[in-house]
Design a protein around this ligand. Sequence first.
Ligand SMILES: Nc1ncnc2c1ncn2[C@@H]1O[C@H](COP(=O)(O)OP(=O)(O)OP(=O)(O)O)[C@@H](O)[C@H]1O
Ligand SMILES: [Mg+2]
Length: 212
Amino acid sequence: MNIITVLGPKGGGGKSTCARNIAAAAAQSGLSVTALDTDPQGTLARWGVTRKANADLPVVTVQHIAIATAPEALRKLASDLVIVDTPTAIEEHPEAFKALVLASSLVLIPARPSLDDVVSVAPFAQVVHDLKRDAVFILNAVKPRVAETDGARRHLSAYADVLSAALPDSVDIQRAMAQGEGITERGGRGADIANALWAELRRRLRLSGGQS
Ligand SMILES: Nc1ncnc2c1ncn2[C@@H]1O[C@H](COP(=O)(O)OP(=O)(O)OP(=O)(O)O)[C@@H](O)[C@H]1O
Ligand SMILES: [Mg+2]
């Protein structure tokens, strides 16, 4: 079982957006997928309820749980892929945070490409590496043709790998999520990048099988 935990210290950086779109892309490619929402806000869980109402979409099993119970919940799962979405103030739960990182195959840290965001997010990779786990950054909500994106990539790459796929700032992504979908399922701006993102994650996790 592969476990991707999406975390970061910055509110609104795109944790739930990444978790939802990766879960959808993975399910679309034929994997069994569970998404654990450990944020009391329940952003991912709400998406799961909307998704479940559309029987045409590939199944993503969504559970809304307290972060303290996440390590125990993970032990009971047997999906091909589990995506864990986390609350912003994860450092307020040091024990659960540590156990979650230790249980993860990969920790994904989203960052918007602004100076404030990359500076606050970058040191989190070191925390993950200190626990001997793999951390990668993903740039999210990137605007077209702005120099800040390259600057953010350079800054973050001093701390950990930055995925090549950077999700664009896209209203189509928001529309897909509002329907319980991922952008790869609905199509529109960002669908090709989200497909490339899933392919990149798949290679990192050495996942085989599926359709894409
Ligand atoms: N690539 C994107 N394109 C368009 N809108 C985006 C994108 N990424 C995030 N957003 C929007 O930005 C807001 C915050 O994103 P999201 O909820 O994914 O962040 P988060 O890190 O989970 O936030 P929180 O810390 O509150 O849990 C949401 O309204 C979301 O729709
Ligand atoms: Mg969130």
